[in-house]
Write a protein that binds this ligand. Structure first.
Ligand code: GLV
Ligand code: MN
Ligand code: MN
Length: 410
C-alpha cells in the first residue's frame, strides 16, 4: 500500500505512456505519428475502463464522456495533450490527461454520478512541432478551428489532411466538435508548471491567472553561396553569419523585460557544406508576452532589427509570422473555486501566469477555463529530465477531485 494511491495510479499511467514513442530511447510522439496513434488507442481503452464512452475526434483527439445524473447534462471538460516535443519528458500534457482519467475512474468505481457530465479530452496537437500551427482539437471545441490549416504540410511535405486520414480520422465533422456555452460548464487543465516558481516558493500547486500569448513563424535569409576557399571575406554575402547576428539581436530584444521571451529553436542551412559560404538560412522564431500589445511590439522590434542587419550585410530577408495566439486570461470564478479546493486540500494556493502555451488558451472568449499547475523539478520541461514527484501529482489530483466534487455540490 502506498501513501499516495491517487498519485501512484497516475504515475503508472505516465510510465506506460512514456514507453510509446516513435524514436526508441526517447519520448517522441509528434501529432498524428504512429506513436501518437498507439497512445490514443491506449488512452481510449483507459477511458472506457473508467466508465466513459469515447470517440476519436476528426482532428485526432480522444474524447471520453462520463454522464452525469441525467444523460445529456452540461459537461465540465478536463483535458490536456498526449503529443510531445522531440525527446520530451514524461509529464508535459500526459499528466493532465492521466489525472482526469483517474478522477473519473474513481467516480465510476464509487458508482457516483454528478449533476453534470465530465468530458476528458486527450488532445493531440498541442506542441505545434509537426505543422506550422497547433491546438487544432481544442480550437475546434472552441469553435475557432481554421479549415485552411488542413492544407499545412510538415517538413516532409505531408499534408495535415492526409496525416489525419492515415490516423483514421473522418474528414468531416470538425464543425460539430464545437461545444456550446449551454452544453458546457467550462474547461480545466492540470499541467506541470514547466517553470521554477513553485519550487522556489516551496509550494506543490499553483492556480493559473492567464496564459501568455505567442507569435510564431519563420525567417528566411538569402545571401549568395560561394567557395569557402576563394571568396574573400569582404565580398561575402554569408546568410549564416547574418542570421547569427540576427539571432543575437532577437535574444537581446527578448531580454529587455522579464515578462518577454523570444526564442530561435531551429535553424537549417539548406545544402550547407563545409567548403561553401552559406547562401540561404531558415530559422524559426517564437515570441511571447503576457499582453498582446507588448508581444506585437516585440515582434515589430525584431523585424526592424533583422531588416537593418540584412541591409548592412547585403542579404535579403523574409519574415513570416502567421501564427498569433492571443494571451488568454483564466476565468476568475473557476480559478477562485480551484484555489479554494487547493486550500481545502491543505496547500497554499499561489496564483501565477503561464509562460507556456496550453490547450486551455484556445477557449479564450468561448468557454470559461482555468488551470492547475503542479511543481516540477528545477522548472525543467521539454527535456527528458522533466520530473514531478508522486506526492505533488497526488496533491494536484486531490485538489482537482475536490474542485469537481464541490462543483457538483453547488
Ligand atoms: C507548448 O509547450 C508551448 O508552449 O510551446
Ligand atoms: Mn504541454
Ligand atoms: Mn510542451
Amino acid at each position: 500500500m502506498t501513501d499516495h494511491p491517487f498519485g501512484s495510479a497516475i504515475v503508472a499511467r505516465l510510465d506506460e505512456l512514456a514507453t510509446i514513442t516513435d524514436v526508441p530511447g526517447q519520448i517522441t510522439r509528434l501529432y498524428l505519428s504512429p506513436a501518437h496513434r498507439r497512445a490514443a488507442t491506449l488512452v481510449e481503452s483507459w477511458m472506457r475502463d473508467a466508465g466513459m464512452t469515447t470517440q476519436l475526434s476528426p482532428l485526432g483527439d480522444v474524447i471520453g464522456r462520463y454522464e452525469g445524473e441525467n444523460a445529456g447534462a452540461p459537461a465540465l471538460i478536463i483535458g490536456s495533450h498526449i503529443d510531445s516535443v522531440r525527446d520530451a519528458g514524461r509529464f508535459d500534457g500526459t499528466l493532465g490527461v492521466a489525472t482526469a482519467i483517474e478522477i473519473v475512474r474513481r467516480l465510476h468505481r464509487d458508482k457516483r454520478r454528478l449533476p453534470f457530465a465530465i468530458e476528458v479530452a486527450a488532445f493531440g496537437d498541442e506542441e505545434g512541432v509537426r505543422f506550422p500551427t497547433s491546438l487544432a482539437g481544442s480550437r475546434a471545441m472552441a469553435g475557432v478551428f481554421d479549415e485552411k490549416t488542413l492544407d499545412e504540410t510538415d517538413r516532409d511535405g505531408v499534408l495535415r489532411r492526409d496525416a489525419l486520414k492515415a490516423f483514421g480520422c473522418p474528414q468531416t465533422g470538425v464543425a460539430a466538435m464545437k461545444r456550446s456555452r449551454d452544453a458546457t460548464i467550462g474547461y480545466v487543465e492540470v499541467h506541470i508548471e514547466q517553470g521554477p516558481v513553485l519550487e522556489a516558493k516551496g509550494l506543490a500547486l499553483g492556480v493559473v491567472t492567464a496564459i501568455n500569448g505567442c507569435s510564431r513563424g519563420s525567417v528566411v535569409v538569402t545571401g549568395e553561396a560561394g567557395h569557402a576557399g576563394t571568396v574573400p571575406m569582404p565580398l561575402r554575402r554569408d546568410a549564416l553569419a547574418a542570421s547569427s547576428e540576427m539571432i543575437l539581436a532577437i535574444e537581446r530584444l527578448g531580454s529587455t523585460h522579464p515578462d518577454l521571451v523570444a526564442t530561435v529553436g531551429q535553424i537549417t542551412v539548406p545544402g550547407g557544406a563545409i567548403n561553401t559560404v552559406p547562401g540561404r538560412v531558415e530559422f524559426s522564431l517564437d515570441a511571447r508576452a503576457p499582453d498582446d500589445a507588448r508581444r506585437h511590439a516585440l515582434v515589430a522590434d525584431i523585424r526592424a532589427a533583422c531588416a537593418s542587419i540584412a541591409a548592412r550585410r547585403n542579404v535579403s530577408i523574409e519574415i513570416a509570422m502567421p501564427y498569433d495566439i492571443p494571451a488568454a486570461p483564466c476565468d476568475p470564478s473557476l480559478s477562485h473555486a480551484l484555489a479554494q479546493a487547493v486550500a481545502r486540500c491543505g496547500h497554499e494556493a499561489l496564483t501565477l501566469p503561464s509562460g507556456a502555451g496550453h490547450d486551455a488558451m484556445s477557449f479564450r472568449g468561448a468557454l470559461p477555463f482555468t488551470m492547475l499547475f503542479v511543481r516540477c523539478r528545477e522548472g525543467v520541461s521539454h527535456n527528458p529530465a522533466e520530473f514531478a514527484s508522486v506526492e505533488d501529482i497526488d496533491a494536484g489530483a486531490r485538489a482537482l477531485a475536490d474542485f469537481v466534487d464541490r462543483f457538483g455540490a453547488t
